[in-house]
Design a protein around this ligand. Structure first.
Ligand code: HDE
Length: 746
């Protein structure tokens, strides 16, 4: 590789590389949008521009067509006709000798690889990570030492249960897997958007996954947990209770990837240069806060735009609205591991932030879309076992099993032991300087006589690295124990954190959890409804009662409360999404309803205000083309009502213009549009005659004497104050206090 590198760089240098997104500082300079100092340039082009070294290194493998290119076979033979196969006679059979036909069809026949057993549906992006201050006191990991150091990353988000072709917006956990291409090798933080997991021991994973996936006899339901097998499993495995609470919460229906938190889940170790170990939990905190859709929206989106999340990420990056998270650490000193009343090795437990605060240590920006879905997003191979010096594993039994499973999976999925040579998986530092050889699709041409350690013929090369040279050494943990097949008694509390989660929810979030359990349990056999209700009784009596009422069932006597020491805290405000950030409309989408005769000036004014704040606004009308207007410039329509439903947008604006508003009032699709946005708690604003539209469809009183429902805004004209109020309302995300008053059919 060391020999290959100069050749690669030379190639990179003479090529103009993706001027738009390749740079760390991007075409829409990140530094302009953040107080954070711009990342230090790592020049790798002749002209000294600042490239993402991972993205640049892949240039060697990119193939583009340029003017004058001629069609060839994979062997380089120019092709004169690949649209007609070779026949024996005009109406005769196709000939076996037609190598052009056979090559084209054979390649097509072999295009698919096994989809991931879990996390099959995903989308990914490139970016970088930068630490704010040196973390040398807690870890020797090279990429966490220097704030001017930029580490390229590739992040893949995914749903868990659904097939590769299923929908983005299903009720599910989301994968959040980050590959850091550090100078000391790849570090993969293969996390989820929830801080805990369903089971405590990896040996149960196949049972859990079988139970949640579509049932084996008829392969139904797709990408849904609402079926008998899952509830049969979880009602016998009470360790799943805490995670089932998260799965029924709004965390399982995120608004977008950029509004999700990420978690490494397991307790890891950080090791400093002095060899001192501390426990750590990794957190990703989204810059845009944590926001979710509502369940009705999710289900409709699954049909109307099954690519909702991936499209939003793609378009945000193309628009220069890069996705951003901060890395947070919860550090636990070795001596404190048993201090919190639960076992920090138990992956069904989180460490409440109120007990151990999350220290923000760096940030990650995703600023470049992949060039090719298959080559990058599908072939990226995350391995929990990919760590670098300064980071180490803990004895979490779920993590221990994962250390085996991911490599095993990649061997099957990517067809052999050389998947690390695929462009997306290659480290950016020297690698393959070892005596591993051969295997299917080996690309490296190892030169020389020796292929074994320890040789003298080749002067013992390559030699083992000492710790001072960066050689990885495992943390020397003292172990003195009996070999047992079983679980520590410190893992036996399955309910107190489920209760903590419930207690920490706002009334709105609680009502969503009740609705989600009611929805799911209504779809399973009576026996599982009853068993799940018993389980919920052990979490909280009110929760169980409300779900039982919705299911028309009676609760039995409440099972005995768990014995054991009381939890150290009973409420953790940091778990509630209601306490999240609501200060940005970056990447938010506003629909402006319009028809011929609408006020073009009001549209232009509001659109400009939304765009200035980082959002985008689209004019949605009954027909495409240019609209006649009552004022201002004629308006170009961005999309028609039926193809751009309200569920694709975060807010709706109805401008004035008497004729235009009349046309909207007479259009069922437009009426449905606003009503649907209303029941999804979205901000709705109307100006001038647009206000009559809202009273016409019953959202506000005709006399306009009553107070406006929460999140509705009206004005006679589009003033600066009106624009500002609306922008702030979009940043608020949703107005859930409408919840109990909504009687609107849509
Ligand atoms: Fe995974 N998991 N997992 N998982 N997981 C996979 O590896 C597995 C678990 C997670 O975008 C598979 O490459 C076991 C927890 C993500 O490519 C497989 C256990 C967490 C991704 C696998 C777990 C995760 C995977 C399938 C229990 C959060 C997608 C394809 C011990 C911390 C990565 C693949 C991507 C993928 C096994 C539990 C996250 C089969 C055995 C806990 C984000 O190897």
């Amino acid at each position: 590789m060391t020999r290959l590198l100069p050749a690669l760089l030379a190639l990179v240098c003479i090529t103009t590389i993706h001027a738009q997104h390749n740079n760390f500082d991007g075409s829409n300079n990140i530094a302009d949008r953040n107080s954070q100092a711009p990342p230090q340039c790592i020049p790798s082009n002749l002209d000294g521009t600042c490239d993402n070294p991972k993205v640049s290194s892949m240039e060697f493998y990119r193939a583009r067509t340029t003017d004058g290119d001629l069609l060839t076979t994979n062997q380089g033979v120019k092709i004169a006709d690949n649209q007609n196969s070779l026949h024996a006679g005009e109406r005769g059979p196709t000939l076996l000798e037609d190598f052009i036909f056979r090559e084209k069809i054979t390649h097509f026949d072999h295009e698919r690889i096994p989809e991931r057993a879990v996390h099959a549906r995903g989308a990914a992006a490139h970016g970088y990570f930068q630490v704010y201050q040196s973390l040398a006191n807690i870890t020797k990991a090279n990429f966490l030492q220097d704030p001017s150091k930029i580490t390229p990353v590739f992040v893949r988000f995914s749903t868990v249960g659904g097939a590769r072709g299923s929908a983005d917006t299903v009720r599910d956990v989301r994968g959040f897997a980050t590959k850091f291409y550090t100078e000391e090798g790849n570090f993969d933080l293969v996390g989820n958007n929830m801080p805990i997991f369903f089971i405590q021991d990896a040996i149960k994973f196949p049972d859990f996954v079988h139970s949640v996936k579509p049932e084996p006899h008829n392969e139904m339901p797709q990408a849904s947990s609402a079926h008998d097998n899952l509830y049969d499993f979880v009602t016998q495995q009470t360790e799943t209770t805490h995670m089932m609470m998260w799965l029924m919460s709004d965390r399982a229906i995120p608004r977008s990837y950029s509004t999700m938190e990420g978690f490494g889940i397991h307790t890891f170790r950080l090791i400093n240069a002095q060899g001192r170990s501390r426990f750590v939990k990794f957190h990703w905190k989204p810059k845009l806060g944590v926001h979710s859709l509502v369940w009705d929206e999710n289900q409709k989106l699954a049909g109307k735009n099954s690519d909702f999340h991936r499209q939003q990420m793609w378009e945000s990056i193309e628009a220069g609205n890069y996705l951003e998270w901060e890395l947070g650490l919860q550090i636990v000193e070795e001596g404190d591991e048993l201090k919190y009343g639960f076992d920090i090795l138990d992956p069904t437990k989180l460490i409440p932030e109120e007990l151990v605060p999350v220290q923000i240590v760096g940030r990650m920006v995703l600023n470049r879309n992949p060039d090719n879905y298959f080559a990058e997003t599908e072939q990226v191979a995350f391995l929990v076992s990919n760590i670098v010096p300064g980071i180490d594993f803990s004895n979490d039994p779920l993590m221990q099993g994962r250390l085996f499973s991911y490599l095993d999976t990649q061997l099957l999925r990517l067809g052999g032991p050389n998947f690390h040579e695929l462009p997306i998986n290659r480290p950016i530092c020297p690698f393959k300087t070892n005596n591993q050889r051969d295997g299917i699709h080996r690309q490296t041409v190892n030169v020389g006589k020796t292929n074994y350690d320890i040789n003298t013929i080749n002067k013992g090369l390559p030699r083992q690295a000492t710790p001072a040279q960066g050689g990885f050494t495992s943390y020397t943990e003292h172990i003195s124990a009996n070999k047992i097949r079983g679980r520590s008694s410190s893992f036996s509390d399955h309910f107190s954190q489920a209760t903590l989660f419930w207690n920490s929810m706002s009334p709105v979030e609680k009502s969503h959890i009740v609705s989600a359990f009611s929805f799911e349990l209504s779809k399973v056999a009576l026996i599982f409804r009853q068993r799940m209700l018993q389980q919920l009784q052990r979490v909280d009596g009110t929760l169980a009662q409300q779900v039982a009422d919705n299911l028309g069932l009676q609760l039995g006597p409440r099972p005995a409360a768990p014995t054991g020491p009381p939890p150290q805290i009973t409420v953790s405000p940091s778990l509630s999404q209601m306490n999240t950030k609501k200060d940005s409309i970056v990447s938010r989408q506003v629909a402006i309803l319009a028809a011929d005769g609408i006020d073009g000036q009001a549209i232009a004014d509001l659109k400009a205000a939304i765009q200035a704040a980082g959002g985008s606004a689209k004019v949605i009308a009954p027909r495409m083309g240019t609209l006649r207007v009552s004022a201002g410039q004629p308006v170009e329509v961005d999309g028609i009502l039926v193809a751009n439903p309200s569920i694709l947008f975060d807010a709706v604006f109805i401008p004035g213009g008497a004729d235009g508003v009349k046309r909207l009032q007479e259009n069922g699709d437009a009426v449905h549009y606003a009503l649907e946005a209303y029941i999804h708690f979205k901000p709705i604003a109307a100006a001038a005659e647009g206000v009559q539209f809202l009273s016409h469809i019953g959202l506000i009183s005709k006399s306009r004497t009553a107070a406006l429902p929460e999140g509705l805004f009206t004005a006679d004209t589009v003033t600066d104050e009106f624009k500002q109020t609306f922008v702030q309302a979009v940043a608020q995300h949703r107005f859930f206090n409408r919840e109990r008053t909504a009687k609107i059919p849509a």
